[in-house]
Design a protein around this ligand. Structure first.
Ligand SMILES: CC(C)(COP(=O)(O)OP(=O)(O)OC[C@H]1O[C@@H](n2cnc3c(N)ncnc32)[C@H](O)[C@@H]1OP(=O)(O)O)[C@@H](O)C(=O)NCCC(=O)NCCS
Length: 175
């Protein structure tokens, strides 16, 4: 069985994100019609290990619940789907205004998912989508952005650190 890992809560000023990366140029707001492929991307992207061991139906249900504001007020304007120049989907960042899934998360807009589809990784999609989201958040007066990442997710940690995210809290694997 894969062992659980620490989870790191990180926060970045939106201005720092915008200094570090240009917003991805081709974006549209995420809509409920995106649920099937988002659920598929989540299923493929995140390792299954305690305490995260969902069935497929659970992943679909949690993706649906995001659009029903059950994780906090969903912000379509700050939840860009990234497209290639040909209009192909390359990745997504989804954001709620304040995450209500736990009571110890930062008082800031919160990234629920940040996923680049495998064929499009390492081309700046995730950085650009977080920057696109930061630009939208700045436009409505938000100053920061928060997220949680597994401590062994080196690819994500490098991207987030480069964008100015810093650790504000660590949830031990045992918690
Ligand atoms: C983590 C993840 C979102 C990163 O997405 P990504 O689109 O590959 O990220 P970026 O392209 O913005 O940055 C990744 C690297 O590519 C590099 N890069 C960006 N544009 C590039 C380009 N045009 N050519 C070459 N390299 C490039 C970046 O500098 C960065 O390098 P570094 O890792 O050495 O710092 C992606 O690996 C993923 O979807 N993983 C599975 C889901 C996941 O774990 N999500 C995070 C949950 S918290």
């Amino acid at each position: 069985m894969t062992r659980p890992v620490d989870r790191i809560v990180m926060v970045a000023p939106v201005d720092a994100i915008l200094q570090a990366s240009a917003p991805w140029p081709h974006v549209r707001a995420a809509v409920p019609e995106d649920i099937p492929w988002i659920a598929g991307a989540v299923w493929d992207a995140y390792p299954q290990r305690p305490p995260y061991e969902p069935e497929w139906d659970d992943v679909v249900a949690s993706t649906q619940s995001m659009f029903k504001n059950e994780a906090g007020d969903f912000m379509p304007v700050a939840s860009p789907v990234g497209l290639t120049e040909d209009g192909e989907v390359a990745g997504i960042v989804t954001v709620v205004q304040r995450c209500t899934l736990r009571d110890d998360l930062p008082d800031a807009p919160y990234v629920l998912d940040c996923i680049t589809l495998p064929d499009h990784r390492r081309t700046g999609v995730a950085s650009g989508l977080i920057a696109a989201s930061a630009r939208a958040l700045k436009a409505v007066g938000e100053r920061e952005m928060a997220l949680t990442v597994d401590a062994d997710n080196e690819d994500a940690l490098r991207v987030y650190t480069r964008l100015g995210f810093v650790e504000t809290m660590r949830r031990p694997a045992s918690a």
